[in-house]
Write a protein that binds this ligand. Sequence first.
Ligand code: SAM
Length: 272
Amino acid sequence: MTRRVRLPALRCLRYEVAFNGWRILKETINDFSLWRLIEYPWCTEALDLRQGDLVLDIGTGTSTYPHMLAREGVNTVILELDAERVRWQRRKAEEWARPGAGKVYPVVADATALPIRDAVARRLSAISSLEHIPEDRPVGREIGRVLAPGGVAVITVPYTRNERMDFFKGIRRFRRVASNAFVQEGKAGSFFRFYNDQQIEETYIKPSGGRVVKWGAFGRRILNGMYHETKLTKYWRRYVIKDWLLAKIVHPLEERFGRATEPLYVMFKIVK
Ligand SMILES: C[S@@+](CC[C@H](N)C(=O)[O-])C[C@H]1O[C@@H](n2cnc3c(N)ncnc32)[C@H](O)[C@@H]1O
């Protein structure tokens, strides 16, 4: 039996440096950030991956996650709506390919109508991507349709228990367009939604035909309330090494002792 694939935060950082050079530690050039240093290790563990496995990743953007998985011997199909980002991923798949590594297959695809046959996906991920899709109900149905019996879907989405009237207030201009949904002013297509428990259940869990076997969360009073949704967020993409410390030290403490406060994101693993 091949070994279980793990992607601890430090290894994610090492891969980022290997792909982009040391400058990435000073200022990241993709979506890599503190949250990814929490999400990638958690999702990789939850996907229960072994070398040779295949992951379908929805809304990959310019993430290096599939390339990290490739270096660990895992194959990924990138399902991304933005053709420019898919072209970027194709170039990177060629540039970063290594003999014996897993493969990365970037495809232009709309998560509301996936170009995938029924019941074939054994491993599926959607990392900080579904909150950007206004029509999310069909996405949940599509995930349920493509998942094979026994298949695993790992999803991370923003979370709230209440009605949020603002987001990044006084820091970035987000306009409220519906209940818990916002659009960034002047940035076309930058839709962002928070989910409550009932919406997660109705949009993703029920239509998947599976059950949630694991929950995680991140971004509470310190990491979100004192850092991310404050003016300090301007350091978000800078000095990435600080993110490793925050992910390794503050995040576990917050999840152990700060669970009374609401997290910014939840992560869940569905098994069909
Ligand atoms: C925040 S980025 C993704 C972050 C990425 N998963 C990571 O790990 O860094 C969200 C991505 O979702 C993509 N997206 C938006 N709507 C989509 C849709 N209907 N189908 C597939 N991808 C979509 C966007 O183009 C964007 O690249």
